[in-house]
Design a protein around this ligand. Sequence first.
Ligand SMILES: Nc1nc2c(ncn2[C@@H]2O[C@H](COP(=O)(O)OP(=O)(O)O)[C@@H](O)[C@H]2O)c(=O)[nH]1
Ligand SMILES: [Mg+2]
Length: 320
Amino acid sequence: MSTVENINEDEFSLQYQFSQIDRSEVTVIVPTLNEEKSIGLVIQNLQLEGFSKILVVDGNSVDNTVEYAKNYNVEIIQQKGKGKAGAIKTALEVVKTPYIVLIDGDSTYNPSEIDRLLEKAPIYNQVIGARQDKVNIKRINRFGNNVINGIFNVFFGTDLNDVCSGMYCLKTKFAKNLPLYSDGFDIEVEIAAHCSCSNSIKEVPISYNKRIGIQKLNSFRDGFKIIFEILDLGRKFNPIVFYSFLLAIIVGIPGLALLALPSIPPFNGYQSTLLGVFSSLFITTSIQFLILAIIVSQIKHLIRYYNMSQIEKKRANSYY
Ligand SMILES: Nc1nc2c(ncn2[C@@H]2O[C@H](COP(=O)(O)OP(=O)(O)O)[C@@H](O)[C@H]2O)c(=O)[nH]1
Ligand SMILES: [Mg+2]
């Protein structure tokens, strides 16, 4: 029996430890907006880890971020476009190495853990550093992240835990060809959506430090923006699930309203066969759409799981 047939993920990652990516093949991109308190520390730690290609993409900081970054031997450019997305898109235009690693400039991520991403980078279009240590994430953001990951997984058939992580590795060639439309913190889910659809996304565990300086993400405004972006991506990439959910809501709300009508004061005790018939019709139709959405989401999950295992087996085969 072939050992390749039985290969599991851990054995697979062990094999790839021997094909470590050279630091010269990696550009580390640091998006910054007013990060003067932390930018020096982030660059120092990256250089200590042996990364020499560091690209600071600044979003017109009004503090000393750029001046402090100039003290180190790094490339600094000003971003085009809006928000963190503008910074990432600008970086993708100029980067030349086969791999890029994104890392926030607020010192929340540890450059010493980038190797965990690089270990898997030859196999996947995107390797996400999934934050294990959640105590340093604000409670409201932690809740928002759970909602975001949950909705994302339903649409894309994935099992991701940290789709909004600010530390991840991308294959440059793949990333450069992505049609990216987002203009803010929703860029991460947009990239992850494309990588999920290419069956080439993986998470590895990383730690997460307390932020230095002020958070730029607005928990409510950006949180909702990210959720709407996922819904829009879901509509494009998995329309059956999207429209089934939508119809479940559209039919379910009047169904529940009709059911509740006799308990609302002006209609207290109002009895009508027609009311009962319509409310149960709407509610059962809504449940059917909901079931359809769940079944299609589960099928997507199974197909993705199968495709991933096939891709990994194929790559393991070519490795031997
Ligand atoms: N270039 C650029 N960087 C930004 C912008 N907005 C945020 N950032 C940077 O993106 C990173 C993540 O932002 P942060 O506020 O920490 O968001 P969080 O980590 O999602 O809570 C930090 O390094 C910010 O300085 C922007 O508009 N332009
Ligand atoms: Mg941050």
